[in-house]
Ligand binder design. Structure first.
Ligand code: ACO
Length: 435
């Protein structure tokens, strides 16, 4: 790792003459960071940061976000350029290995991913254990976790070759697992991957094709899916990625770690938000109901949130949201959807919220999920699959972050501390003496 010490911060305990001088680290971009590792040994105090809003949990060279300026870089490349000029498989290579591939490297990487797209045939039977109405994210957590039970030859995290195979397996198989979760819920036959198709095309094929007829994947929809995958591929130390790193820090195998990431992604404050946006639009129902809905969102102590708005890091327009908005219009034009009531409703909601003092003063802008749900709905993908598609895309980010962590010599088991505010030590009282 390559951050440099560029200064120091001295912390003094008020009312004592005790102080500690802590190194100030600089990365390539972003604010300086105080290295507090010596703080407890020198002053006997911890730091307190619930939600980790002011804490760097690791050093990473993968993704950079400037939330105030609305900047997102993968390995230094702006997301806008990657969304416009690259594709998911090239972005996957970039995230995993740090550089854009040559033609030969890309061809070999794509071949490697393609060769692993099928699932162990016994995993097919695993699906039968789920209820038909199981949420596909529940199936994803279960089946990805169960990969640990099927691929014993890639569980040794200390062997670089086993790590490499596990990474390929996860990136290659997760679209198949996702598509089968959908097919299972639908009662349709599982479609096996077609290795002559590109990653996003193959995913759409496995989702939409049936054995009874030919299915041609629309290039515009394949491009839109590819763009959704690129935009969601990584986002530095968000909740699910931190979950993967925390699980991985214990030495757990990669399949178990990614299953943990999928579980964290499921929540409506994170990856579940695009599903929640559609649910919210359905509940609002008509633009005339927007003012009343906004009133409920703004009411003190109401738990109603404008889903798809706000972000822990972006206090400016999420750059992914800008690209998604444009893709959304392209997809609707390709599909010949002129009057999409949900889109009209979303646009009106966006217009009102961007002018409203409540949202403006809190810097709450539309995030990527505000638009991705609408695109996916227009593509005919059911709401319950939205977060699953996010998980398919993010698998490459999780795997890259997990690999970086394992290869980092300063890596230790993740073990946060706490401010204890429970009872002080007291003696056990027999039941007869209580009350
Ligand atoms: N609607 C209404 N008010 C909001 C919203 C929202 N979507 N988001 C934040 N606020 C308000 C809060 O009530 C709070 O107001 P207050 O200062 O009067 O108490 C203020 O803005 C700050 O909010 P926090 O909860 O402190 O912001 P935090 O950074 O913790 O939350 C989060 C970020 C979870 C994304 C939040 O904005 C949210 O719940 N958004 C809706 C869900 C969503 O779209 N999630 C997707 C995130 S992107 C992704 O995962 C790909």
């Amino acid at each position: 790792m390559s951050s440099r010490t560029t200064g120091s911060v001295t912390v003094t305990l008020d009312g004592t003459n005790r102080s500690a001088t802590l190194p100030l680290l600089s990365g390539t971009l972003g604010p300086q960071v105080v290295d507090i590792r010596k703080l407890y040994n020198e002053l006997g105090i911890f730091t307190y940061d619930p939600g980790y809003g002011a804490t760097a949990s690791c050093e990473s060279q993968i993704t950079y976000i400037d939330g105030d300026a609305g900047v997102l870089l993968y390995r230094g490349y702006p997301i806008e350029q990657l969304a416009e000029r690259s594709d998911f498989i090239e972005v996957a290579y970039l995230l995993m290995y740090g550089e854009l591939p040559t033609k030969a490297q890309l061809a070999e990487f794509e071949r490697g991913v393609t060769r692993h797209t099928m699932l162990h045939e016994q995993i097919r039977r695993f699906y039968d254990g789920f209820r038909r109405d199981a949420h596909p994210m529940a199936v994803m957590c279960g089946v990805v976790g169960a990969m640990s039970a099927f691929y014993h030859d890639s569980l040794d995290i200390n062997d670089p070759e086993q790590r490499r195979i596990a990474a390929f397996r996860l990136i290659a198989k997760v679209p198949t697992i996702a598509a089968w979760a959908y097919k299972y819920a639908n009662g349709q036959p599982f479609m096996y991957p077609r290795n002559e198709l590109k990653y996003a095309e193959n995913f759409l094929y496995m989702l939409n094709a049936v054995p009874a007829e030919d299915y041609r994947v629309s290039p515009v929809l394949a491009r839109a899916m590819d763009r959704i995958l690129v935009l969601h591929a990584d986002h530095e130390q968000n909740a699910s990625t931190s979950t993967v790193r925390l699980a991985g820090s214990t030495g757990a195998n990669p399949y178990a770690c990614i299953a943990a990431g999928i579980a964290a992604l499921w929540g409506p404050a994170h990856g579940g938000a695009n599903e929640a946006v559609l649910k919210m639009l359905g509940e609002i129902g008509h633009p005339k109901n927007i003012p009343d809905f906004i009133r409920r969102v703004k009411a003190k102590d109401s738990n109603v949130r404008l889903m798809g708005f706000g972000h822990r890091v972006y206090k400016n327009l999420d750059p992914r949201a800008k690209i998604m908005r444009q893709t959304c219009h392209e997809v609707l034009a390709e599909l010949g959807i002129k009057d999409e009531p949900l889109l009209d409703l979303a646009m009106e909601l966006e217009r009102i919220a961007l002018e409203d003092e409540y949202f403006v003063s809190r810097k709450l802008y539309p995030n990527v999920d505000f638009y991705s749900g609408i695109i996916l709905k227009a593509m005919g993908i059911p709401t319950s699959m939205f977060t699953v598609i996010f998980a398919v895309a993010r698998t490459v980010g999780w795997v890259s972050q997990w690999k970086e962590m394992i290869e980092d010599p300063s890596q230790r088991i993740g073990r946060p501390r706490q401010v204890y505010s429970g009872p002080a030590q007291r003696d056990y009282r027999p039941i007869e003496a209580r009350g």
